[in-house]
Write a protein that binds this ligand. Structure first.
Ligand SMILES: C[S@@+](CC[C@H](N)C(=O)[O-])C[C@H]1O[C@@H](n2cnc3c(N)ncnc32)[C@H](O)[C@@H]1O
Length: 205
């Protein structure tokens, strides 16, 4: 039985809120910047930030005028709105479940999925929602930690994952398996933080 549920995520990310930026800002800055470069979006493209957290990606999205951000944790969205105001970046920010997006089919040109596919309880449902709301030809940029495709986690890793998955994020997911039930194609998969444990992956619909 997994404790990784939406209710638990909402609770723990509310508790992590005061220290979240200390942990997730400095070490990932370089990759957030690179991710936006790889997205190759136009300034007026409609871009969805999925599981957007406190909005640590916003400093790299200055000049983009059609941003939407969703997260299941209300406190995260409040902090994101404050950051957006400070940076004078227009963002339509909403509390929403990434496994049940309240958007029409084909709504977005691009989707940014940073540190969410390894956290969300059901990444397969989430990626199908991503595929649904993305326009044909649209791009998804994923930044997260993944096992190499086809690699089976060791028993120690599976045991440790009981804790990791509950408190931080799942360490045994692979991007190939997550997208395998969609028509999204993996266009690029480059090593990022922690010697390539974290990856930057670009998907195309
Ligand atoms: C590790 S944080 C990443 C935040 C941000 N993307 C970043 O890069 O800093 C994971 C985020 O996913 C959110 N989350 C967890 N489950 C979710 C769900 N079902 N739908 C939307 N957001 C979710 C959490 O509230 C949290 O803000």
């Amino acid at each position: 039985m997994s404790l990784n549920t939406n209710t638990w995520n909402r609770l723990r990310y509310t508790l992590y809120l005061p220290i979240y930026d200390l942990i997730a800002d400095r070490i990932f800055r370089k990759y957030r910047k690179r991710s936006v470069e790889l997205l190759k979006a136009k300034p007026d493209d409609s871009i969805l930030l999925l599981g957007a957290g406190t909005g640590l990606d916003l400093p790299y999205l200055q000049g983009y005028i059609n941003l939407t951000a969703i997260d299941i944790t209300p406190g995260m969205i409040t902090k994101l709105q404050q950051r957006a105001e400070k940076l004078k970046i227009p963002v339509d920010a909403r509390v929403m479940n990434g496994q049940q997006l309240e958007f029409e089919d084909n709504s977005f040109d691009a989707i940014v999925a940073h540190l969410i596919l390894a956290v969300i309880p059901d990444p397969l449902t989430c990626i199908k929602e991503v595929e649904r709301v993305l326009k044909p030809g649209g791009t998804v940029i994923v930044f997260d930690k993944f096992l190499p495709d086809g690699q089976r986690p060791t028993i120690v890793r599976r045991l440790f994952n009981q804790i990791a998955n509950t408190l931080f994020s799942d360490i045994n997911r692979s991007i190939g398996a997550i997208v395998s039930d969609t028509n999204l194609t993996i266009e690029l998969n480059e090593p990022a933080a922690l010697n390539g444990t974290f990856r930057l992956v670009r998907l195309r619909k």
